[in-house]
Design a protein around this ligand. Structure first.
Ligand SMILES: [Zn+2]
Length: 428
């Protein structure tokens, strides 16, 4: 790991031309490695690009653009055809994720790529936000309650608290550990905040890093307030590890030295600056199992502007939701979950909510409101906001609750569309 530490940390301070050159050089190398695998070799060949093609050196981005994005299912089916040499090597590391199908998808990494992605790139971002090696760190995640072996190189005192246990137990453990830094799911942190409030306790944390769920503005504000903490969001996936992280100036920086992130429109073309589209990632440093234009399953935007902190890493605008969370309404209209959250977030008194599609014309909103909020007024505002900003025919059932359910792995989904299997009638 030590071998790449100086260069990874140095990349964080490179001027944009040098950073772009590094990204280009790594893309060339990655595409060459990809060309040597059966899966991508076939695709490159089909696009008219041989494995010694001068274009790989001259303009790797053009080669990349000729390759169609691939999803998890397709890669899972490709199996060993994705691997360098046609099979896993004993020294490779791997991690598996299970998708909505529950079928695991395993990605293999060379040891150096693993050390960079799993440790160095993360530490670079955490240190940029003020974390220090002596910090007491709590990881609040979906590991089983008994499995508590913590692995976070570069930090000496790490404890793990599983979110798969009652909020009271999480809170008691967290208060006993009194961490400087917490890394966790926003929904779990909100539950801890609620328990602390109910107990009349306070717990100050220097910095909170959130990932795994969309971090909406009101949730960020609530966490910052409840823990008197700075809150930094992180975006990534199990396959690519961390893609973007928030710096103290507020920008979501893409780790462009190790991952190339693109936003594509419906036609598969790069979306314009700030325009929402499908996020696809190319992991630049792992040649064991190249991931080229991997569909992350999320929608979001990229911004061309620079961040106030001066770092040259490009900026991710917002991740607006899971590709799978797009609602299909009566008449076939597709609605981004972001449209819905924007409509609801302006309503005074709403603390948190979850939206579930009931059918093509109906939504259910479960809401947690501020104590003392007038529920009749909040419910009326929810209905009218969704009618005026989403679809005029929408009927909304509003239910007031004290907690919101989480799904697989303790993750919270703010907008839940109808299951794909449910047919939507195409008439209003
Ligand atoms: Zn910044």
């Amino acid at each position: 790991m030590a071998v790449d530490a100086p260069s990874v940390f140095r990349a964080g301070r490179l001027p944009s031309e040098s950073l772009e050159a590094l990204g280009r050089q790594r893309l060339t190398r990655l595409l060459r490695a990809a060309a040597a695998t059966e899966f991508y070799g076939g695709r490159l060949h089909a696009a008219g690009i041989g494995d010694r093609d001068p274009l790989l050196e001259r303009d790797p981005a053009q080669v990349l653009a000729a390759l169609a994005p691939v999803g998890k299912q397709e890669l899972r089916e490709a199996g060993n055809r994705l691997l360098q040499g046609g099979g896993p090597r004993p020294e490779w590391r791997s991690s598996a994720s299970s998708g909505s199908t529950g079928e695991p998808f395993r990605v293999y990494y060379e040891p150096r790529a693993w050390a960079m992605l799993k440790h160095l790139v993360k530490l670079r971002a955490r240190y940029a936000c003020g974390m220090r090696p002596a910090d007491r760190v709590v990881l609040l995640d979906a590991t089983p309650v008994m499995g508590s072996r913590a692995a976070l190189a570069g930090v000496s005192r790490v404890a793990r608290i599983s979110v798969l246990q009652p909020a009271e137990a999480m809170t008691t453990k967290m208060a006993a550990l009194a961490p400087d830094t917490v890394y966790g799911l926003p929904s779990a942190l909100l539950e801890v905040a609620a328990v602390l409030r109910a107990r009349g306790d306070r717990l100050a944390i220097h910095r909170i890093f959130t990932s795994g769920e969309l971090l909406r503005r009101p949730v960020r504000d609530e966490l910052a307030d409840a823990f008197q903490s700075q809150v930094f969001d992180i975006y990534g996936s199990s396959e690519t590890k961390e893609i973007a992280w928030q710096c103290p100036a507020g920008g979501m920086h893409v780790n462009s030295d190790v991952v190339r992130l693109e936003v594509l429109d419906e036609a598969g073309q790069p979306a314009a600056d700030g325009v929402e589209g499908e996020l696809v990632a190319t992991l630049l440093v792992n040649r064991a199992m190249p991931l080229v234009r991997y569909r992350l399953g999320d929608r979001g935007t990229l911004l061309r502007r620079r961040c106030g902190c001066g770092r040259a890493f490009p900026l991710l605008g917002v991740v607006t939701g899971r590709q799978a969370d797009v609602l299909v309404l009566a008449g076939g209209a597709r609605v981004s979950p972001y449209t819905i959250t924007c409509a609801l977030e302006r309503i005074a008194g709403m603390l948190r909510y979850q939206v579930t599609q009931l059918d093509a014309n109906r939504l259910q909103v479960r809401a947690i409101v501020e104590p003392g909020a007038d529920r009749v007024i909040v419910a009326a505002k929810v209905r009218s906001a969704l009618r005026s900003e989403v679809a005029p025919f929408l009927d909304t059932e509003v239910e007031f609750v004290s907690r919101l359910p989480t799904g697989a792995g303790g993750k919270f989904r703010v907008v839940q569309p109808l299951p794909e299997a449910v047919a939507i009638p195409l008439t209003v």
